[in-house]
Each structure stands twice: as structure tokens, then as C-alpha cells.
Design a protein around this ligand. Sequence first.
Ligand code: B12
Ligand code: SF4
Length: 490
Amino acid sequence: MKRITKDSNIALVELPPTETGGLSLNGRQDHKISHNVYSGFRLPARGLHLLHAILDREGYKNIKLVIPHLYGKGSPNERDVAILRESDIVMASSITATSPQTRQLVDLLYEDDPEKLFLFGGFDPTFRPDFYLNGRHNGLIVRGEGEKTLVETLGRFCNGAQEVGDIPGLMFRDGDEIVTTDARKYLTADELNDLPYPIYPEEIARMIRIGAIETSRGCPNSCEFCGIMQFYGERKYRAKSVEHIMGELESMKDIGKATFYSADNLLAMPKQVEILRRIAESGLQKPGIAQLTAVSSKTPGIIQALRDANIEVLCMGVESFNNESLAFLGKPYSAEQNKEGLGAYMKGGLNNHLMMMPGEDGDTPDSLRYEVEQAKKYGTTAQFFPPGPLPGTPLRERIESSGRLLRPTENERWELYNGHFVLSRPKNFSPLGLQEAINQMHMDFYHEGKDLSGMSKSQQLIYRNVKKGVLKVLESNQMKNHLEFLKSVS
Ligand code: B12
Ligand code: SF4
């Protein structure tokens, strides 16, 4: 491994998803970028802008970002490839859907320069270390939250030491074994408030259409299909302070035409109405999208506060209007609570984006027809994703142990883990039957001729972009090929 110093060239990279999981380089399109409900929005990368700021604060001088989904046709361009080749440290952030091309990139870079250091982080490396630590490169996984582990690890290398086995939060290969060091304790709310604001270099900032702000971490719930509890190690919800959130909004005021309040939800915070009021008074209230729950609608004053803060779209993890399915999914809210909350937001002039999960064991063809009817009633936009057996989740464990995965793990097509594809055997449908039913739900929801005249311009923009993303998925070769595969296993 190269000698690491504060002057080392560091490349932070997040690759876009592709239809085949293959890697295209130099702006080529050998492997088409795959779409999803959000692909029209040109959001920033997830963790990398914050990690950039952390490294910057530690005095690392030569940091560059490679985020190809923001520019050109989405594959790493020639500038990106040059940055990656010249780097001493490559830091890759990935989710399951982007894992195949991430590993291909790292393998290529290793062949080019075996002395590079490779660091991986994010949900997928945390849960699938073997996939990334294939023994060909100097690779380390930072599992779970990355801030402290990253600083300690690079600090150790800068001091000329190589031994990292006592640093919590790491995984690495030692011969045939993968060593997992002690768990890293999650950051407290105070520590989150001490984090620097994410860095968006000018050439990246101008490509972002919707800026994103993380207002909290963790979740007190434990839905079966979600790995959040396993990722952070506890069901601890930690909200950032109003001051920190306002400071970050100020720091990103020139980025994007709208703001996405994410991870995991602004409005589960005890001080939710106060934050909204501060946003409303600050002059920073671009059109907003926020993740929240239907039951938050009961908080006194919240609907007016949302409107004043210019938040127009609410992303709701409703999943189902069927209580039996909600119980299977481990959701803490009933169908009645969801309907009541969604109805209240609509009445208050807000738009619900419904995140639905049809195809759980409680669902039947009839219940899905009911779901889409309810979704039309309560949602301006909606996504219908079958339950995805994402690595690290209790759902995957259940599906795998009962032999319901459609491909064995060693032959899995990880690029299909983008939410849209049926990947496990449903109970009351054939796999093909469920995929076709879900595709039909999307078609029914986004039917031609829907009247958009009651929506504001930005609401129409959001509707059109979500619809565009969904239609691109339905018309893609990726979907056609997957339907053929499902036919063969149905
Ligand atoms: C916001 C978000 C999005 C945004 C992302 C854009 C944005 N900038 O906001 C949008 C809406 C586009 C999105 C889309 C999707 N998402 Co999403 N998303 C999230 C969410 C809610 C927060 C992510 C985030 O920004 N966190 C804040 C940053 C600071 O944290 P972080 O990214 O985890 O990074 C930290 C560590 O992971 C680590 N780290 C991360 N990378 C690296 C790299 C290195 C080298 C190191 C050292 C450390 C490190 O350090 C960071 C600081 O602690 C998470 C759930 C969650 N609460 O984490 C899901 C989540 C990441 N998404 C998920 C999925 C599946 C998707 C979709 C495929 C489909 C879907 N279900 O919607 C699409 C795919 C689109 C795509 N190709 O990227 C899954 C991923 C699971 C998996 N194994 O694949 C998650 C975990 C949700 C879930 N529980 O299922 N998503
Ligand atoms: S799906 Fe949402 S509510 Fe459920 S555990 Fe995950 S983050 Fe929490």
C-alpha cells in the first residue's frame, strides 16, 4: 500500500445503477443507466458530501468527487476516470443495486495500480463484506456510520502504522478470513450537531436539481423489510438540532431548485413544528419534499407549518391499506391511521407521495386492486415496490431460510435490487403474476389523461418526473428480461 499522507489524492465515488450491472467508462453507454422513481430528480450523492467535509476538516487536501449520475449520460466520464486512476485512496459508497459495477471499477483500478487503498462504505458493504473484500486489493470496509471510523483509520495510516484491528467499525480480509472489529458506537445527537456541513464543489453543485438534507438518523421502528436497525446497531432515533439544520440549509441555499428533507424523517422530531416555523421565517424555504408518517398529521399546527415552510410533497412509507399486510411488514400503523393522516394532509392542500409495498403474504389479486384504488384516492404520486429481500434485513433472512429467493445468493443479479423487481416467491401469486400485477398498478395509477390542472407548477413537475421514471422502468430491457426470467421460474 502507498504511504498515506494529508496530501494523498483521494477520490470519493458513487456509481449510478445500470441495467446489466456492467460498468461503462469514459461517458460510454455499453451498459445503459437504469431508472427508478427518483432518477429524474438529480439528487446529490448520499454520504459522500459529508465525508468530504469530514476529511477536509481533518486537513486532507486533495479530495475529489466522482458522482456520474449528475452529469452527461450518467457513466463516469474521462475526467472521472483520470481522477480515479490518479488517486491514492478510492472511497466507494454503494447500495446493493450499484454493487456489481462498484466492484468491477475497483478491480480495474487495482489491476492498474495494486498499491492503491480502497475503502468501502454504506448499506451494502456493511452487510455483504465478502462481495467487496475479494482479496485482490487493499480493501477495508467501514461498516455503519462512517465519520469516526474513517478519521481514525486514515489517521493511523498517516502515522505510518498498518495495524487497524483495534479500530472499531472495520472489516478487512486476513488471509481467508474476514476480520470484523468491535462495533462502533453510533454518534449521539450532540456529535451529529458537531458534524461539518456537507461540501458540494461548484462543478457538482450546479448539476444538482434537488438538494438533500439529513435531519436525523436511525428509527424507533423495525419494519421487517428495512435494515436500518441492523445498520446503526440500535433502534435509537437521533435528531439534529434546529440550529444545525438551519445552518446546513443556509450552507446549501444555492443548491437545487427544491429541498428534500431526508433520513429518516424530519417530522418524527419532537421539535418538528418549531423547525418548520424557522424554515418559514428564514427565507430558505424552497419548494420542499419531506419524509414523514401519516400519524404526524395529529401534531397540532403541523399542516399549516408545512405549508408555511413551502413543503409541498410528503413521502409516506404507507406500504399498504391492508391491515394483514401491514402486520406482515412489521409496520407500526394501521390502515385506518394511514387513511386518516393522508386525508388530513390532502385536506390541508399537501401532496402525498405514497411508498407502497404490494405482494406481501397477506395480499391477493383482489387486495391489490383495492390498494391501487386507495392509492389514487390518497396520493398525488405513488410507487409500488414488491417486498425486496435486501441484504441485512429480517425479511431477507425469512425469505432465504424458507427457500423463497428466486435465484440462489451466489447467482443473484444484485443490480435488480432497485425496488422495482420481484425477487422472491410470493404466496398468493406466481412470481410473474405479481410482477405483472405491480406493473399494472403503476399503469393504472399513471394513466394517460390524468387532470393535473389543480396542481401547482412544482407539483406538476414532481408528478411528471416520477411518472417518467416509472414508465422508463416499465419499458426498459431490464424489465423485459426480468419478465422472461420470471416466466421461467413461475
Ligand atoms: C435519502 C435516500 C435516498 C435518496 C438518495 C439521494 C439523496 N442524496 O438524498 C433517493 C430518494 C434518491 C434514494 C433512492 C433509492 N434508495 Co435510498 N435511501 C435514502 C436514505 C433514506 C438516506 C440516505 C442518506 O443520505 N443518508 C445520509 C448519509 C450521511 O448516510 P449514509 O449514506 O448512510 O452514509 C454514511 C455511512 O453509510 C457511511 N458511508 C456511506 N458510504 C461510504 C463510503 C465510504 C468509503 C465510507 C468510509 C463510509 C461510507 O458513512 C456515512 C456517514 O456516516 C436511506 C435510508 C437511511 N436512513 O439511511 C435509503 C437507502 C439507502 N435507499 C435504499 C434504496 C434501496 C434505494 C432505491 C434503490 C430504491 C428505493 N427503495 O427507493 C433508490 C435507488 C436510487 C439510486 N440509484 O441511488 C436502501 C439501500 C439498501 C440496499 N442495501 O441497497 C436504503 C438503506 C433504504 C432502506 N432501508 O431500504 N434513496
Ligand atoms: S421502513 Fe422507515 S419506519 Fe420502517 S424501520 Fe425503516 S426507516 Fe423505520
